[in-house]
Design a protein around this ligand. Structure first.
Ligand code: SAM
Ligand code: CA
Length: 219
């Protein structure tokens, strides 16, 4: 027995999915539709989507932010967990990727909750702050360009209410963060992980979920 988190082999991963996954049919369909995409590996795992949906419900979140939409699986997962008047400020720069997801959002009857902004995320977040939205958000998910994470984190921290939660994806970066960095993405993630560890503005947990998911609760 180990007190560390388990490395899942295929058999155990299949067991985990078989005994916990509760996907909406449109989530399963969107995953199937994304499977053949050249960047399919960017999509979050279904158990991570379900975990974030649970977090959103635990928080009683209404106003949320997503940075990095791709074909829309994480947005769909969060939107399904939000109340009828809930909203996602969904940031991406790619019309090509995000248009794949919209029909699934529509068929799941949550498209009205997803306010997609096609622009560099930093511009969208700064516009929100300039419009006086600081402290108005309950939850944020950061999953876009890794060199932008530090700026997204700072903006999200301002946009969140005390008690709000930021989830940051890929913080373990396939293990690369624990070795000398060879590229800018790894360096950015290492610097952010180090900074968050000492950041007194948040309560912190770094989870070995999928490629590493950090949860930062605004104090
Ligand atoms: N969360 C998505 C999912 O569950 O399928 C995966 C997101 S994917 C890892 C990263 C996304 O970030 C891509 O769709 C890309 O277009 C977007 N992106 C890259 N740079 C960006 C930027 N500066 N602002 C906003 N989005 C950006
Ligand atoms: Ca990711």
């Amino acid at each position: 027995m180990s007190t560390r988190s388990l490395n899942l082999d295929d058999t155990l991963y299949d067991y985990l999915l078989a005994h916990s996954l509760r996907e909406h049919p449109e989530q399963a369909a969107l995953r199937a539709a994304t499977r053949g995409h050249p960047h399919a590996g960017m999509q979050i795992s279904p158990e991570q989507g379900q975990f974030m949906a649970l977090l959103v419900k635990l928080l009683g979140a209404r106003q949320t932010i997503e940075i990095g939409v791709f074909t829309g699986y994480s947005a769909l997962s969060v939107a399904l967990a939000l109340p009828a008047d809930g909203r996602i400020l969904a940031c991406d720069i790619s019309a090509e990727y995000t248009r794949i997801g919209r029909p699934y959002w529509e068929r799941a009857d949550v498209a009205h909750k997803i306010d997609l902004r096609l622009a560099p995320a930093l511009e969208t977040l700064d516009a929100e702050l300039a419009a006086g939205a600081a402290g108005r958000y309950d939850f944020a998910f950061i999953d876009a360009d890794k060199t932008g994470y530090a700026d997204y984190y700072e903006r999200c921290l301002q946009l969140l209410r005390p008690g709000g939660l930021i989830a940051i994806d890929n913080v373990l970066w396939s293990g690369a963060v624990a070795r000398p960095a060879q590229d800018d993405d790894t360096r950015a993630l290492q610097a952010l992980n180090e900074r968050l560890h000492g950041d007194e503005r948040i309560d912190l947990s770094m989870l070995p979920v999928s490629d590493g998911l950090t949860l930062a609760r605004k104090r």
